[in-house]
Every structure is written in structure tokens, then in C-alpha cells.
Design a protein around this ligand. Structure first.
Ligand code: NAG
Ligand code: NAG
Ligand code: NAG
Ligand code: NAG
Ligand code: NAG
Ligand code: NAG
Ligand code: NAG
Ligand code: NAG
Ligand code: NAG
Ligand code: NAG
Length: 626
């Protein structure tokens, strides 16, 4: 009983032929047992259909088919059910609808009755081009891959994409119910992890400040999206992930020009995505908002690539209860990525699974990472609670006790203000030295590298006009325009802090990489409702825990440790939001941190994050029935 249907408009592409016109198929959408699929136009291979095809419930010329590779000569019905259960357990694209209507042909084992399945023996050369899994085949034997379509109901994507067999990207020409983009994911069964392709089939979402050849980049600005042509080069970090086998499924929402924006009024050009946690109406944090929301909401999305200048990976990881890494500055190339301030910009991941995180990091950092598993036995804490006065504080203290146990470590409460003053008696207080360092660098650098060229290009094409810019980047750029201090002044202050930090606080260590671990509190289930009227955005002055890694260039990793309750003003009910801790180590010790988090997972001190309403228990996202 296969229910399959081709959308009429797309089917037209099959019927029309215009001599001399530039005309090509962009693929098809079909529905199989109520599930939407995208059928790319590319033919993967052709199989002899004369014998295979008998009576079929085909539609629009497509027949669902399953390929199975086996070395067992007498492949039996029970072998078949073993394979099918494995397919169902590991792949969300495969379903029983792919198992109907055709009887096996010449290259197939033939004693399995009526099912649209080909069993491919390893001797048949076809197995190299046709890995096991679900396919759509035409009566002529043309085999197409099967992509399942999902709704981006949280609005996390800016554009969904598809790549052809040559690896060229284009916009996905498909839509489904959900009042938002459809995202297409290929069957997981097509991919086998190898040493060369450790990320084979890993579904990746990319923040829309990274160029991907063939696609436009928006940087969160509508005028920019339409003004410049599609990118002709793929950003280096994205290319490294693709080379390792990752499958890019879409570009994801960023706040404008990667500046900080809070829902809702700041988000004028694009709407902020929805945070799936708790009542579903909390701010996602920014600027990697799409990567955070998508990774928290969608089980079909494995990992997302964000960027962090002043907290843009860490904030969304904290708000959505995800693992997120701000790498040591300079270890991950940022070629063909929009800059905020090159002295501070970094490229890293947001993900639910620490094992995948490490695997993906090896592909991202390449020669710049060494995974090491000798750990520091000193822990410095900054701004930690001293007693369990709330659920979040209790979780933080329990976690610290567990970590201390695991590392056989000593813990020392650390205070930047007093330590800086003690070590640098003739210098100004730390929050004076670094008060304007961040806003000065990001504004003056982005003015020079992004704003001024954009304004000039746009004015030249539009009779002197200015493009629309959201309030948050504008207020920051105004600060840069009006400040008499220079980029060099800011770098001098940053260097003064960094020299002290890397010789006194987190010092390189030959055995454990870093003299200590430095921990600070990431999130404590605090609310930031998106339906609140706020004051205008302001210049991000000041020194805080989130700025330590920014100025010291040290790695800063968000680790989700649990969740805590709050009374929601939306649902009038108790809901839960994530609790997270940030881990820091000396610059260059990213590999030690990845290894430590994996080891904490192995002993059960940290857990894989879940998608849905709760990062701990999963559960349906409120207002969305799956
Ligand atoms: C690629 O795009 C850049 C920026 O738009 C442009 O300067 C360059 O000429 C393009 N290169 C090619 C080969 O099209
Ligand atoms: C490794 O670091 C060097 C120095 O910063 C940089 O030039 C190179 O691009 C980095 N490699 C990767 C894979 O990003
Ligand atoms: C550090 O010490 C100062 C001065 O005693 C105090 O005001 C501040 O709250 C402390 N900060 C943290 C994070 O403990
Ligand atoms: C922890 O502190 C105790 C007492 O100060 C000291 O004896 C011990 O050596 C320290 N251990 C580590 C691992 O630093
Ligand atoms: C930081 O700069 C702002 C703007 O000049 C000022 O209002 C604030 O008092 C400064 N804070 C410190 C600690 O210097
Ligand atoms: C650098 O630090 C000095 C204090 O030593 C401060 O007056 C100045 O505003 C700072 N400038 C920047 C750009 O950080
Ligand atoms: C800053 O400079 C801009 C011009 O770039 C000007 O329009 C604005 O009024 C100035 N703002 C302040 C607070 O001085
Ligand atoms: C410490 O920071 C200073 C100032 O940025 C830098 O020159 C030096 O190389 C750093 N040392 C280490 C070990 O990272
Ligand atoms: C929710 O509100 C009730 C009633 O005011 C209060 O007793 C309870 O402690 C609150 N729960 C949380 C998690 O804040
Ligand atoms: C962590 O610590 C808590 C309380 O101290 C304990 O109940 C729990 O078993 C520990 N968990 C792990 C995984 O060690």
C-alpha cells in the first residue's frame, strides 16, 4: 500500500521541452505514506529494470526501492528482516514504503517474493555506486537518491540547500507544511565513515556569514543578500568539513553582521529563531541563533557551525543547553567568513554530542589540534556559588564536586578584579583597562572591513542611497565613528591582559597542556522572554567572565550540566531551562578540553543533550505536535 504522489507543478518539468532555452529539472517532491521526500534530478546509476519491474504502485514515474548489499549467498527472509530493522533503527529517511511492488531481478537474489528490493552481491560492480538504502527509480531504471523533507518550524534556517553529485550547491526547490523552509536530508544509509571521511553523512547547518560557493550570503542583512552575487568560493572551515564528508543541509540565521541582538525589536531584517527549550518563547541568544535553535530542536540535524567574537557560540549554547566551543584564537582559519574583528573572531561548533564534537573538531582544526588526555589537577572557579540556594546552584556545586573527584583536583575560587589589582598595582583596575576594548575593536574593524565597502558599493549602485541596517550594529558602529581611541590602543590593552593571563592564570604546561582549568558559570536557567519590550540596544562596554577568552585568546567551551525550573509567564506552569558551565584552559589546549569532555561523558558526569522542550529529557516542543 504505497501512497505516492508527485506535486503537479514539479511534474511539469518532466513534460515540457523548450528547444534552445536554458532549461533543467531541479528535482521533484513526492509523498510516500504521508512523509515528504525530495528526489534530486541527478541519476546516480541505472539498473536493468526489465525483470525487476512488474506491477508497481508508481507515481509520476517514480518507484520507491531499497538496495541491500549482502555477501550471504542464500539471503533469506529472516536475514531481510534483520537488515530492515537495522535500517529503521539507524535511518530516518528509510521506511517500509520503500519495500513494495517489485520483484528482484537478475542481479538480485530471487527468492524473496514481491518486494521492491534489490539485493546486491559484492561482485556486482553496481554496489560501489549504489550503497544500501532507499531510492526512487524510474521505470527505465534511472536511480535517484531519497532525501526526507523536514519543516524548519523554529525558523532556524535562512536558506535550505542541496548539492549535486559534483558537490555544487543550490537552493533547495521544495516546500512543505510548517509555514517555514523545508530542509532536505539524505538517507544516512548511503554513508560509511572512513579514515578520509570521518564525518561521512554528518548533517551540518552553517551560520549565514560563511560563504558557500553557489549560494548568496546574507550576513543577516536583506540588502546585502540581494546586492552581492552568489559566492564563488566556499569558506575554508566549511570546505574542510565538506572534505571530511559532512553534508551541508542549509545556511542558518545570524543576528545582523554577527552583532548581538535580542528578540524581538532588535531583529528588524530577519526574525529571531525560536528557542525550543522551556515555554518556547525565550531568547535564543545571538549571534549564532539559528545554529543554537536548530541544534536544540531538530533530531535530524547533527551539528552546526557558528562563530564567536564576543560570545556568539557560547551564548546560544548556554541558552539552548548545547556543547559549544570558542576555539583558541587563530587555530581555525576564517577565510571567506564575514569579519567582526579579525583579532577576536573564531569559528566553532554547537552540538548535542561530545563524541561527534571531537570528531568534527579534528576536521575543522586539522593540523592545529592534538587530542591529549593528561589533565590539570588544579581548578580555578570564577563567580561560582558558595551554597546551593537554588536548583541551578545545587547542580553547579554537585558538578564541581564530581569533576574534582574525577581529576583528583584542588579547587580555588579566583577573582579577576582582586588578582589583577594585586599583580598590577600601578595599572588601572581591570574593568577600566578593558572597558571599551571590545566595542572599540569590533566597531572600528567592522566599519573598515564590512560597513564602508558595503555603503560605498550600495551608494554607487543606488544614487547615493544607504542600505537598511538594524539598530544594534548601527549603535556599535556609531560608537566606533565617535571614539578617538584607535585599534592599536585596544590591541595594546588586550595584549597587556593576555600577557598577564598566560603567564599567571592559565599557563602552558608540558604535561597537562594547561596549568589549571578555569571554570565560570554559563547559564542558570534565567529567563529572557522574547515578548518583552526592552530599551534600545547599547554599546557592549565592560569586563565580564565572557570576555576572558576574548582577550586572552584561550579556548572557552560550554558544557551543559542539567536544567532548573522556573515559573513561566507564558504557560503559567513550571518549565525548565538549561544550566551550563564554561571550561577554559591555556591557549592551544582545545584538544585537551575535547578529550576531557569525552571522558566525563564516559563516566556519566556529563550527558548527551536532547532535542526538544528539555535538553535533559527531550519531549515535544510546546505548540508543536511532531
Ligand atoms: C569571485 O567573487 C569575487 C567577489 O565577488 C570576485 O572579486 C572574483 O572576481 C570572483 N572570481 C571569479 C573566478 O569569478
Ligand atoms: C592553523 O593555524 C594557522 C596559524 O594561525 C593558520 O594559518 C591555518 O589556517 C590553521 N589551519 C586551519 C585548518 O584552520
Ligand atoms: C571579586 O572581588 C570584588 C572585590 O572584593 C567583588 O566586588 C566582586 O564581586 C568579586 N567578583 C567575583 C566574580 O567574585
Ligand atoms: C591540594 O591541596 C593540598 C593542601 O593544600 C595539597 O597538599 C595537595 O598537594 C594539593 N593537591 C594538588 C593536586 O594540587
Ligand atoms: C565604561 O565606559 C562607559 C562609557 O564611557 C562608562 O559609562 C562606564 O562608566 C565605564 N565603566 C568603567 C568601569 O570604566
Ligand atoms: C586602554 O586602557 C587605558 C587605561 O590604561 C584606558 O584609558 C583606555 O580607554 C583603554 N583603551 C582601549 C581602547 O581599551
Ligand atoms: C556618532 O557619530 C555619528 C556619525 O557617524 C553621529 O551621527 C552620531 O550622532 C554620533 N553619536 C554620538 C553619541 O556622538
Ligand atoms: C602570552 O601573551 C602575549 C601577549 O599577547 C604573547 O605575546 C605571548 O606569545 C603569549 N604567550 C603564550 C605562551 O601564549
Ligand atoms: C513558582 O511559583 C510558586 C507560587 O508562587 C512558588 O511556590 C514556586 O516556588 C515557584 N517555582 C519556581 C521554580 O520558581
Ligand atoms: C555527582 O555528584 C552527586 C552528588 O554529589 C552524586 O549524587 C552523583 O552520583 C554524582 N554523579 C556522578 C556521575 O558522579
Amino acid at each position: 500500500m504505497v501512497a505516492i504522489d508527485v506535486l503537479a507543478t514539479l511534474a511539469l518539468a518532466y513534460l515540457v521541452r523548450i528547444a534552445g532555452a536554458a532549461f533543467s529539472s531541479t528535482g521533484f517532491t513526492v509523498i510516500l505514506n504521508d512523509i515528504y521526500y525530495f528526489v534530486p534530478p541527478d541519476v546516480i546509476t541505472t539498473i536493468p529494470m526489465a525483470k525487476i519491474l512488474s506491477t508497481t504502485a508508481s507515481s509520476g514515474g517514480f518507484i520507491p526501492l531499497t538496495a541491500i548489499t549482502t555477501s550471504v549467498p542464500g539471503f533469506s527472509t529472516s536475514d531481510l528482516s534483520t537488515v530492515i530493522s537495522k535500517f529503521s533503527a539507524t535511518d530516518d529517511v528509510f521506511q517500509d514504503g520503500f519495500l513494495e511492488a517489485i520483484s528482484p531481478g537478475q542481479i538480485c537474489s530471487s527468492n524473496l517474493g514481491n518486494s521492491n528490493m534489490i539485493v546486491i552481491s559484492p561482485e556486482a560492480q553496481i554496489s560501489t555506486v549504489l550503497p544500501p538504502g532507499p531510492y526512487f527509480v524510474t521505470p527505465g531504471g534511472a536511480v535517484h537518491q531519497a532525501y526526507r523533507l523536514y519543516s524548519d518550524f523554529e525558523g532556524a534556517f535562512s536558506e535550505s540547500v542541496i548539492s549535486n553529485p559534483q558537490g555544487l550547491f543550490s537552493v533547495l526547490p521544495a516546500g512543505i507544511v510548517g509555514q517555514s523552509l523545508a530542509v532536505a536530508v539524505p538517507s544516512r544509509l548511503y554513508y560509511t565513515k572512513t579514515a578520509e571521511k570521518p564525518l561521512s553523512g554528518v548533517r551540518l547547518g552553517v551560520k549565514d556569514i560563511y560563504d558557500i560557493a553557489g549560494l548568496r550570503t546574507s550576513n543577516g542583512n536583506r540588502a546585502w543578500y540581494w546586492f552581492y552575487p552568489p559566492a564563488n568560493v566556499t569558506a575554508t572551515p566549511v570546505q574542510h568539513l565538506i572534505d571530511s564528508g559532512a553534508v551541508v543541509v542549509g545556511k542558518m540565521i545570524t543576528s545582523q553582521f554577527a552583532n548581538g541582538e535580542t528578540a524581538t525589536a532588535d531583529w528588524v531584517d530577519y526574525h529571531e529563531p525560536f528557542n525550543p527549550r522551556g515555554d518556547g518563547y525565550q531568547d535564543t541568544s545571538s549571534s549564532s541563533s539559528g545554529p543554537g535553535a536548530g541544534e536544540g530542536a531538530y533530531p535530524w540535524l547533527d551539528i552546526t557551525l557558528g562563530s564567536d567574537t564576543g560570545g556568539s557560540i557560547r551564548g546560544p549554547s548556554q541558552a539552548q543547553g548545547l556543547f559549544g566551543n570558542r576555539p583558541s584564537h587563530g587555530l581555525v582559519s576564517l577565510a571567506h567568513v564575514m569579519p567582526l574583528a579579525p583579532e577576536l573572531d573564531t569559528s566553532g561548533f554547537l552540538t548535542r554530542n561530545p563524541v561527534l564534537w571531537t570528531e568534527a573538531a579534528k576536521a575543522l582544526y586539522k593540523e592545529n589540534i592534538t587530542i591529549t588526555s593528561s589533565y590539570p589537577s588544579t581548578i580555578l572557579t570564577y563567580g561560582f556559588p558558595t551554597s546551593a540556594d537554588s536548583v541551578a546552584d545545587g547542580l553547579i556545586l554537585d558538578f564541581l564536586a564530581n569533576l574534582t573527584d574525577f581529576l583528583h583536583a584542588n579547587v580555588t575560587a579566583f577573582n579577576f578584579t582582586t588578582a589583577w589589582a594585586a599583580d598590577n598595582p600601578s595599572a588601572p583596575p581591570i574593568n577600566t583597562l578593558l572597558n571599551i576594548t571590545y566595542p572599540l575593536l569590533i566597531s572600528k574593524e567592522q566599519i573598515r572591513l564590512v560597513r564602508d565597502p558595503f555603503y560605498a558599493d550600495y551608494a554607487a549602485a543606488h544614487d547615493g542611497r544607504r542600505p537598511f541596517i538594524d539598530p544594534a550594529p548601527l549603535i556599535r558602529w556609531s560608537f566606533g565613528d565617535n571614539s578617538s581611541e584607535t585599534i592599536e590602543d585596544a590591541i595594546a590593552n588586550k595584549t597587556e591582559f593576555m600577557s598577564w593571563f598566560n603567564s599567571t592564570i592559565l599557563v602552558p604546561d608540558t604535561e597537562t597542556c594547561s596549568s589549571s582549568l578555569l571554570l565560570y558559570v554559563g547559564s542558570t536557567a534565567g529567563t529572557v522572554y522574547r515578548n518583552v519590550y526592552r530599551s534600545a540596544p547599547s554599546v557592549p562596554y565592560g569586563f565580564s567572565s565572557g570576555r576572558i577568552s576574548v582577550f586572552s585568546e584561550a579556548p572557552d567551551f560550554v558544557i551543559p550540566i542539567g536544567q532548573a525550573p522556573y515559573n513561566s509567564t507564558i504557560t503559567q506552569h513550571v518549565e525548565y531551562l538549561p544550566v551550563t558551565i564554561d571550561f577554559m584552559a591555556a591557549k592551544g589546549c582545545d584538544g585537551m578540553l575535547f578529550s576531557l569532555v569525552e571522558d566525563l561523558l564516559k563516566v556519566g558526569i556529563v550527558q548527551v543533550s536532547q532535542t526538544g522542550m528539555s535538553s535533559v529529557n527531550g519531549g515535544e516542543i510546546l505548540f508543536k505536535k511532531r
